[in-house]
Write a protein that binds this ligand. Sequence first.
Ligand SMILES: O=C(O)/C=C/C(=O)/C=C/C=C(\O)C(=O)O
Length: 287
Amino acid sequence: MTAFTESASSRFVRIAEDGRELNIHYNDCDPGNASETVVMLHGSGPGASGWANFNRNIEPLVEAGFRVILLDCPGWSKSDSIVCTGSRSDLNARILKGLVDQLGLDRVHLLGNSMGGHSAVAFALGHPQRVGKLVLMGGGTGGASPFVPMPTEGIKLLNGLYREPTIDNLKRMMNVFVFDPSDLTEALFQARLDNMLSRRDHLDNFVASLAANPRQFPDFGPRLGEIQARTLVIWGRNDRFVPMDVGLRLIAGIPNSELHVFNNCGHWAQWEHADTFNRLVLDFLSH
Ligand SMILES: O=C(O)/C=C/C(=O)/C=C/C=C(\O)C(=O)O
């Protein structure tokens, strides 16, 4: 099977949101005969995109017969920019609903990273009949950690990078992002910096959104018991952005859930432990 590329799988869709038509970008890795679809939702870091977050995870799922869709949320990558003054998790869930409706997908599995996890939970709460299984990685509900000072050191660095998008601030953030920064290459830093600087409007609008509403990701804790979808929660024990106790809160709240913790792993389990992560997700989605 030929590997999908970002440019060959790149698509746009127009989705109505609060009186506007947003141009929303996504990548569609469709092997052509898939009976099930996984939508991957990226995190909220500057320069993030579906492709940047999940490029190590697409191929194994496609080879196993899944259609993989990577949604770029409004405010990231090639999607239109937006100032979000309410719940960003719910905004992303509305955009996801628009996308699956337009693609005619009745039911999808969701794999969300950090903000993407919060957004997957918002979608599952709003449209339970449209969700197959959930994979929540380093996110799934907002709210404070009872154990770790918040905002966490990672989120402080992330917000600082939005305000001052320099290579030094990017390296400072990425250094605590992963457990072992020696895996981060100059090429990765440069690609991420280019992504960030190509859309200054996204950076400015993220800062404006935070000023208007510092709680972009509401705490869905009290509603987690409503989620009926089977849920796999994945966390890095060394996550310095969204601490591991949030994962424990998720499995305490979601009835049909299980947790896998990677040791020696930061906020990017899907990248740092890609092979094991892919096997875990594939096994979970296939049985
Ligand atoms: O503040 C939160 O709860 C969520 C934070 C994130 O979503 C951070 C994610 C960062 C990335 O995944 C990235 O690639 O930058």
